[in-house]
Design a protein around this ligand. Structure first.
Ligand code: MLT
Ligand code: ZN
Length: 475
């Protein structure tokens, strides 16, 4: 072995390090190039990326907008694609670096610049969790309403990139309804402000185009979010039904009369998966359940809850339980949030989809899914934001059984087709990413896809951001 001065081995290793300049510029601790670190960033929460090795070449953990700019410039120098990533809780493989590239993580950018209670807004960086944002608002008795089930760990930047929804979207809308303005770093490393964060008034507000753009246009580094006064009262209840049709009829009676703040559906398979966590045990024979909440001024909230109880009784609900205090209310919300992880009790593999149909077609979709599940010998539990027409269909399969996985996959494609036939869309809140881009043609015409491509080129002419996501591969 060659004789080396003490420290020279380290020095020579370091000088061979292709990332040394970057490490010197932004700090070595922000640059992850070891195999064991990189592979963590090859997946998101969906595990639905196309087959292949998706270990990134490099991961950059940004702590500031300056770091994001450096990361973009470095990726451009290296000729590598850039894959923006928040907390990695996405459900459509949107932050998976397909075949490699540089993953630019904004999770550590966690500044709250200001909460202005008088004007009801919060200005922050993208790495805060959704819960951090909610808590910062709650200190001022304000509410940031969007609440994806993963709110404790999902990042607000990821919520913006995917236009996250959640349980309250039936009354309060989704992330897009709360973003007043953004700052993003473009493909040349330049920072742009939009909406209220624009340096000067612009004729066209780009904010709505960036929200939900799934990391295709740039990297969001700041956001100003609207807040609302926290509701003074809430009433939360769960109803169990012997027939799915009764639950659907309830939805159709409630929605034209009043706007609940939560209206969530769960089918028999979902109920089987969450049994044991249910604060009010599901009676035998429960085929469907609705979690309903109403909020607002105390008297209005009480009146609405009374009316909802009447509707549930008329619909023939088996049992109705109203949360008697905040702790019981929290247990009911928690039960609902546990649905997605609990489905692994039914089978080891799961394709988690989130189609949307017009509210009037909810029953038709549920019937069509049941037929498809039979035809493909696959179990497809259904739950989700029924008040918004957004249902999560989960193709369940034994992960070790290749044939079962193929059947589940084919069944889900049939569900997409049924959704589009019913006037719906193949994603409501989880995004398209790399999980569903090959099905975009089911919903969009070639002309529409070409418009999306033109938008992508306008923001990112050299197609460096998040390649092979959202847009289908071929014309
Ligand atoms: C939910 O509604 O629980 C979320 O969208 C998460 C999921 O479906 O996995
Ligand atoms: Zn959801």
């Amino acid at each position: 072995m060659e004789d080396l001065e003490p420290g020279a081995a380290v020095l020579s290793l370091f000088s061979r390090d292709p990332y040394r300049k970057l490490k010197r510029r932004i700090g070595a601790h922000k640059v992850l190039d070891r195999d064991e670190d990189r592979l963590v960033y090859a997946v998101d929460a969906s595990y639905t990326a196309p087959p292949g090795n998706h270990d990134p070449d490099l991961v950059i953990l940004c702590e500031s907008t300056e770091d994001v700019i450096e990361a973009v410039l470095f990726a451009r120098e290296q000729g590598l694609p850039i894959v923006p990533r928040g907390a990695g809780t996405g459900m459509s493989a949107g932050s998976v670096p397909l075949g490699g590239g540089i993953v630019v993580v904004t999770e550590k950018m966690r500044k709250v610049f200001e909460v202005n209670a008088n004007e009801r807004w919060l200005h922050c960086e993208p790495g805060l969790t959704t819960e951090d944002v909610k808590q910062a608002a709650a200190k001022h008795r304000l509410l940031y309403p969007p609440d994806p089930s993963s709110y404790r760990i999902s990042s607000i930047g990821g919520n913006v990139a995917e236009n996250a929804g959640g349980l309250r979207c039936v009354k309060y809308g989704t992330t897009k309804d709360y973003v007043l303005g953004l700052k993003y770093v473009d493909h040349e490393g330049t920072v742009h402000g939009t909406g209220v964060l624009a340096d000067e008034p612009t004729p066209l507000d780009l904010t709505p185009m960036i929200i939900g753009s799934e990391g295709l246009f740039g990297i969001v580094v700041e956001m100003k979010l609207a807040l609302i006064p926290a509701p003074k009262a809430t009433r939360t209840l769960i109803a169990h039904f012997a027939e799915t049709a009764q639950a659907i009829a309830t939805i159709h009676t409630i929605l034209p009369e009043l706007v609940p703040s939560v209206l969530e559906f769960m089918d028999a398979s979902v109920i089987e998966a969450i049994r044991g966590h249910d604060p009010y045990p599901f009676p035998d024979g429960t085929q469907a359940a609705l979690l309903i909440e109403t909020d607002g001024e105390r008297d209005v909230c009480e009146r609405e809850a009374e009316r909802i109880l009447e509707v549930l009784q008329e619909a023939g609900a088996l049992e109705i339980h109203t949360a008697s205090d905040e702790a019981e209310r929290e247990r009911l919300w928690e039960l609902r949030r546990l649905v997605s992880p609990s489905l692994s009790r039914l089978a080891s593999g799961k394709m988690n989809e989130d189609v949307v149909v017009p509210i009037g077609r909810l029953g038709d979709l549920i019937d069509r899914v049941a037929l498809i599940a039979d035809q493909y010998d696959t179990r497809i539990p259904i739950y989700g934001h029924a008040g918004d027409g957004n249902l999560h269909l989960n193709g369940m399969y034994d992960a070790d059984d290749h044939k079962a996985a193929t059947r589940a996959h084919d069944a889900i494609v049939q569900c997409f087709k049924a959704t589009v036939e019913l006037g719906g869309t193949i994603s409501g809140e989880h995004g398209i990413g790399a999980a569903k881009n090959r099905y975009m043609n089911l919903q969009f015409s070639q002309d529409e896809i070409d418009v999306l491509r033109a938008m992508k080129s306008a923001f990112d002419p050299e197609l460096v951001f998040n390649p092979n996501k959202v847009l289908p591969h071929s014309r």
